[in-house]
Structure formats: structure tokens, C-alpha cells
Design a protein. Sequence first.
Length: 188
Amino acid sequence: MMKQNRKWLLVLVVIVLVAGGMLYSAGYLKTGKQAAKAAEASAEQVFYSDHVETNESLEHVSLYVPEHMEVSKEQPNNIQLNSNGQKYLVFYNPYEQLTSDTFYESAKAEDELLIQSFQSDEATDKASTDRFGYIRVLALEDDYELQVSVGGVKMTTVTEKHKLDEDAKDMMEVVLSIAYETSKGDTK
């Protein structure tokens, strides 16, 4: 009888460890800071990639929209995307260059959990153009505000801790992909 109980205890311990590991890797047991750092790594990896192809053409811009998102509203300089009730707001300023740090400078003024900038130089990086970007994570009462930006394009959402990593990746892909006509007649 004692050996039988030990086997069940061992099985229970293994189940708890496996379940705990799965919850941790999914982001449920990470601290806010750990989740923000994972989001930073995902955004940085996308930022330094070469190019994200557009898959959606709107009246004012073309952009990449991840499969799980849909465009719900478009106005000049603003796009709203939705995914399962979560809103993603995109703002673009055609007067700002890809190397602009205007959004970054204004984002630094808040009490953020994380803010990290990225700068790409086409001569030394895989990226095909010079650009400046950042990721910012603000802790809210129960959720997190996530903002990513490249040049004159920024995207913001409110998300759960366990979704920071995936949202950061998707959002950086969106902001990197946006193509619009600039005030000088060039295409960004």
C-alpha cells in the first residue's frame, strides 16, 4: 500500500511540474518584467529582419495584417485593428522619416515598466534601410499597455501579460510593413 501511494505521489509531482512549466513558458507565471523582456526580444528580432510584406491595401496605406487581426476602421493617419475583442491602434505621420525618434522621446516621459530603442543601419545590419524604433510596456491595474514604433508609425494596445510577447512580434511586423506616400511624394 505504501509503494502504491509513493507512485501516485510521484505521478502527481510530475504532473504539477509539467503543468507549471507549460504555464511558465506560456507567460502565465512570468513576472511583468520577465514578460516585458520577452516582448522586447521578439520586437527586436522582427525590427532587425529584412522586410515584412504587405497583405492589405487600404485607401491611404498598405500594410501587413496578421491572420488573427482585421481592419475595423481607417481614417487618414489612423487605423484600428481588432483581434477577438482586443483593439490595436495604429498612427502614422507621413512627415516623419524612418529614423525619427519623435514618438520615442514623448513615450519616455511616462513611468514605464520597459522602454527600449532599436536603431538599424543598412550598412551593418540585415535591414535594408536605416530606421529607428522602440518598444514600451506600461503596467496598468490588471493589464499592460504595449506600444511599438518605427519612425513615424506607432501601434498601441492594451494586453494581458501572457500575450505581451506575441503581441510585440505581431505589432512590430505591422509597423514595419506600413507603406504610404510621404509629404514629399516618396513611398515609405
